[in-house]
Design a protein around this ligand. Structure first.
Ligand SMILES: C[S@@+](CC[C@H](N)C(=O)[O-])C[C@H]1O[C@@H](n2cnc3c(N)ncnc32)[C@H](O)[C@@H]1O
Length: 268
């Protein structure tokens, strides 16, 4: 069942071709009433945006409306200030695993010349998310961010080119092969890669990475790894980054155990 936001004069409309939103009473009524029509068009209101999908990112818009996702606005803003402590204006940005796109849209807001957002796992893959949130915000912001649904291991410089800034946020520890993922990040980075990740074993000096099996960390079976900072540095050097800076950013969610760090890694 597909959902699109369609431009229509000065208002946006939801084109709802399926039963996806029948938990919304007004849509259920409309579908019952107009059920024989292939689609119905209804105006989008700010409260619709919140209830149209399950949000991971939070947003606030110039008209004062907000979306409340699992990652709070305060957390996202604080993280973005660290992530974008390198200049973004006029730069090309690739956001690998963008999900609802907070960082893609923020890069655009901060003056990036071109932003490419990529995801698959939480857009149309096995993750609990979808691309609906990204598309809704894209439309609301009249954004020029280019979205591509592709698995991150299918990203190549031949297809996507090289980027001044590559964002690889909140993803490394989810992957069974983090070193290959960093090699891929390096392959499309011409300037700086920005990696945000969970870290562990911070009292160990040697490069080390903890393995979590079967949801051992925060009951999340998609989390596999917790590298320490020495390990992150060694892996980033191994894939071709020469200068690396680390910025601790504390816990991700107040209710979960996850110490986080942002790394800025320059190719040269
Ligand atoms: C915690 S979210 C981070 C989203 C965003 N980059 C941020 O930092 O807020 C994890 C992202 O990794 C992607 N991903 C790719 N492969 C994954 C996997 N095997 N398990 C979990 N997430 C995966 C998801 O689609 C999602 O966009």
């Amino acid at each position: 069942m597909s959902t699109k936001i369609a431009g229509h004069s000065d208002r946006d409309y939801i084109v709802d071709t399926g039963s996806r939103f029948c938990d919304l009473p007004e849509r259920l009524l409309a579908q019952l009433f107009f059920g024989r029509y292939p689609f119905i068009m209804m105006p989008v209101t700010p409260s619709d945006l919140q209830s149209l999908t399950r949000w991971f990112h939070s947003f606030e818009f110039d008209d004062g409306s907000q979306i409340f996702g699992e990652k709070s606005l305060a957390r996202l803003k604080a993280e973005a200030d660290v992530v974008f402590s390198v200049p973004v204006e006029g730069k090309s940005v690739l956001d690998i695993c963008a999900w609802d796109g907070y960082f893609s849209f923020d890069a655009e807001r901060r003056g990036a010349s071109f932003v490419s957002a990529i995801d698959h796992f939480c857009w149309s893959g096995p993750g609990w998310g979808t691309r609906t949130g990204f598309d809704l915000v894209h439309k609301k912001l009249n954004s020029r961010v280019v979205a591509t649904d592709v698995d991150l291991f299918q990203i190549t410089a031949e297809r996507f080119g090289h980027f001044d800034i590559v964002l690889f946020l909140g993803t490394l520890y989810h992957l069974t092969d983090p070193l290959s993922a960093l090699r891929l990040v390096a392959s499309v980075t011409s300037g700086v890669a920005i990696i945000e990740t969970h870290v562990d074993l911070l009292n160990v000096n040697e490069p080390s990475m903890r393995f979590y099996s079967r949801g051992e960390l925060n009951n999340d079976p998609t989390i596999f790894w917790g590298p320490n900072i020495a390990c992150l540095r060694a892996m980033l050097q191994d894939v071709g980054f020469s200068r690396i800076e680390f910025h601790p950013i504390g816990e991700l969610f107040p209710t979960q155990v996850s110490t986080r760090i942002v790394a800025h890694a320059w190719r040269r």
